[in-house]
Design a protein around this ligand. Sequence first.
Ligand code: NAG
Ligand code: NAG
Ligand code: NAG
Ligand code: NAG
Ligand code: NAG
Ligand code: NAG
Length: 938
Amino acid sequence: MGGRTPLLVLTFSLAVLSIKLGISHGCRETERKALIDFKRGLHDPSNRLSSWVGEDCCAWEGVGCSNISGHVIKLDLRNDDPGCKWALRGDITPSLPSLQQLNRLDLSGNYFMHKPIPKFLGAFRRLTYLNLSGAGFMGRVPAQLGNLSTLQHLDLSYNCYLSLENSGWISLLTSLRHLNMTWVSFTNAANWLQDLNALPHVQEIELISCDLGTFPRSLSHVNFTSLTTLDLRGNYINSTIPDWLGNIKNLKSLDLSSNSLCGSVPASIGNLSLLQHLSLGSNDLNGTISKGIGQLQSLSMDFCQIGPTPQFPQWLRTQTTLRQLQLSSAGIKDMFFDRLPSSLEYLDLSYNSLHGSLPASLGNLSMLRSLDLGSNNLNGMFPESIKRLKGLRDLDLYNNSLSLSEDDLANLSSLKSLDISYNSIYLNKSDDWIPPFQLNGLYMGFCQILPKPHFPKWLRTQPTLDELYLSNAGIKEAFPNWLPSGLRYLYLSDNKITGEVPQFFPKLKYLYLSNNSFSGNLSPRITNTMPSLQWFDLSMNNMSGEIPFSYCQLRNLEGLQLYENNLSRVIPNCWKTSSNLLLLDLSSNKLVGGVPDSLCNLQMLESLHLSHNNLSGQIPHCLKSCTELATLDLGHNNFIGNIPTWIGESLLYLKTLSLRSNAFTGSIPQLSSLPSLRILDLSNNNLSGTIPQSFGDFNALKSAPTYQCCYFNNDSLYVEDMWLFIKGSELEYTTRQLSMDTLIDLSNNYLSGNIPEELGNLHGLRSLNLSKNYLIGQIPWSIGRMKQLEVLDLSRNNLSGAIPSDLAALNFLNHLNLSYNNLSGRIPNGNQLQTFTDSSIYAGNPNLCGPPLTKNCTLNIAKAGEEEQNEDSSKSRMETLWLYTSITLGFIIGFWAICGSLLLQQTWRTSYFRAIDNMFDKLYVMMVVTVAKYKRKL
Ligand SMILES: *[C@@H]1O[C@H](CO)[C@@H](O)[C@H](O)[C@H]1NC(C)=O
Ligand SMILES: *[C@@H]1O[C@H](CO)[C@@H](O)[C@H](O)[C@H]1NC(C)=O
Ligand SMILES: *[C@@H]1O[C@H](CO)[C@@H](O)[C@H](O)[C@H]1NC(C)=O
Ligand SMILES: *[C@@H]1O[C@H](CO)[C@@H](O)[C@H](O)[C@H]1NC(C)=O
Ligand SMILES: *[C@@H]1O[C@H](CO)[C@@H](O)[C@H](O)[C@H]1NC(C)=O
Ligand SMILES: *[C@@H]1O[C@H](CO)[C@@H](O)[C@H](O)[C@H]1NC(C)=O
């Protein structure tokens, strides 16, 4: 009893105290107002802030108050989900600094719309934790952050494009323990090293892809001796590795990979006795490391050229604690496996020049659990030495020319994951063979399966199988009914699999069946058989009949791709507000009727493709409520009516709008208020009136396309996301030939009036097609300012006057058509225009003269020349244009929306990087390494 009394007294006095201080229950009014104001500045599509109502703001989601003072001390609104749909978007209102006692602020993973980090964040004098990672900030990092002298954790990583004026303010953050400024450009911060060196307590520094540029040779006194982790990947540092690194005595992890470091590794690194993880990959280091380094646990020298004859360095053998060795893409030819320490558990030798067969010495690495020999030139039979590695769990042999048989696998009893894509396997065991292993993942894409391509029968003995990748393996049989029902990922695209769509996979999340020969009707029982489906791709098959109602009831479904089938009847009218659908692609089927009203219930929908059907009627007004739409593709149908004005008012995230080849009438509404619109295709309709002057105001077309970065969650390159990304877009890009990422096509309508001069403001537009209209007047000279223009088609109008000589300044122009107008005078020459020698692009303009026309400008130009028929060649190009450009699906965003797609589309990439800044270019180079790893699985 006695023990409780002091507590009671304390509680009582606290209560009295709080009454005296006028603390109401929990929350202070000024702070509550500041929070409400903050909320007002945000768009909250997933209603994460729904609890932000009522008086007690301390009870609100993400808000934390001091038990003693009642002040708000914590605001934690981080968005962990790697998707846009959960992100808060908008602006940080200036009232936020009213939360004066705040010590923890976490806004990571939200999307602040390319705004700068507000200066007033420097006013939070008590802040110890500030996390603005992956939050879509852009611009200069305000030096006011230097006022945060109590800050211990600062994370500004993975924003869009942040840069520093200088780094002086960092040296003021004397309490700092953890600093992460990944992707922040340090180009103007030459003194970065001195400024970091002023942080006596700093333990972790992560500056990936920061454009650091140089590594100062000398550092008079190393002050940051608390440093345990230093990550300077991807900075194009072109000096040698400086000696002073060896003075950071506590360093445990050092990553200098993806720079341009040259010379050899200095001996001082050998002084780092605590060093466990060393990563030196992708540099120009030459010479071998002369002596051992500490006692490493992991060493990565991917993309390193190791000595004059690339092989395993001698000293590796002395690294008796080494467990992980990455020597991917190091040019290694010689396989002296006896130089490797027998402690190795993880060995990555992918993308080297190993050829022939593997030596027996590999079999001595008896601790090996993971072995990656992918993308080498190994050939012949399965290596005997691997059969001796009984502890092997992950074996990657993709992209060699090995001939395996089931026999070869018969000893590998620990195997969990096997990748033999791009090899051949002979299924020589009897159908009732029971392998000794229980696989989680099997990857056999592009594999030659002998003697006859089919599903290996032993798969039925693998109940733990989680992931099966058998795309493009030539399989030509009916879908078996005995695949393990626990599968979550099943990739069978690009085969010739027939029969009914598979049944009974209660856990299946991703099902890829595109480009096969599945036929019959879509199963109405899908909610029972595959209730967990998240992504379902059945495109390019022979499915017929109608889309069953049950498809509306798949609660987890985010992507449904049914394009290029023979589906008929109407689109079911059963879509629910609870749906999570992000992408719906029903294009290229035989659907009829209108867009059903219930489709408007899909509040998350970002991408809607209904093109190439027989749909009709007007665009339903309720579609206005699908405010997340980034792609709306209704082309090649029979839609009628006006283009609704609400498109320009409500669909504010729209990037791609295609209404081509319908029967829309009336004039073109105001659309230029759509800040992200980059593809506008209204061609082949019956539109009349003039081209609005406001067309010069499309924000996203005004400058060379900026990368869109909505959210990037750490380096969360989840394999599943990667796959999805690759499957979801590379295929689309190649088969559907996306050629342009910015485009305006108004061709083949009844548009009249002048071409507005304001179009010249669209400096980022790559393709402009206004052909086959009734446009009059001159070609505005301002078109010469559209520097990115690659395609310009103004043919078949009534344009008159001279061709502006400014056109010659369009350096990227590769398709020009001005035929069949009333243009006159000399065809300007010089620069880019000189490359157009095909006179047909000027045909049908009797008053034009000069090369490439044969007509001499000094002659009487009134005589009309022979007119040749010139089929509009841009047409086919536009026909094949596909509209997957808005890769805004939650998981394919941020980095992958930018660099990922660029990796995969060579032509697009080249033109893109022409315009994009240096930093991203470098980043791209760095990421190739990582991507290569995942990409191989195709
Ligand atoms: C404040 O109170 C909550 C709930 O009563 C408790 O969980 C928390 O530990 C307290 N915090 C402090 C700093 O006393
Ligand atoms: C590092 O420490 C030395 C000695 O204590 C001091 O003179 C120097 O100013 C410090 N350097 C920085 C950049 O703070
Ligand atoms: C490093 O890069 C800088 C800037 O690009 C350049 O001026 C310098 O000459 C380079 N140094 C070396 C050793 O290549
Ligand atoms: C490494 O490169 C430097 C300069 O490029 C050169 O002087 C040196 O000989 C090279 N060393 C080896 C072992 O190739
Ligand atoms: C930034 O770096 C810190 C320290 O190295 C790390 O803990 C944190 O996870 C990193 N943040 C992101 C988003 O990767
Ligand atoms: C065209 O004009 C040029 C210069 O005035 C003259 O040299 C040339 O002979 C003329 N060509 C024809 C075909 O009349």
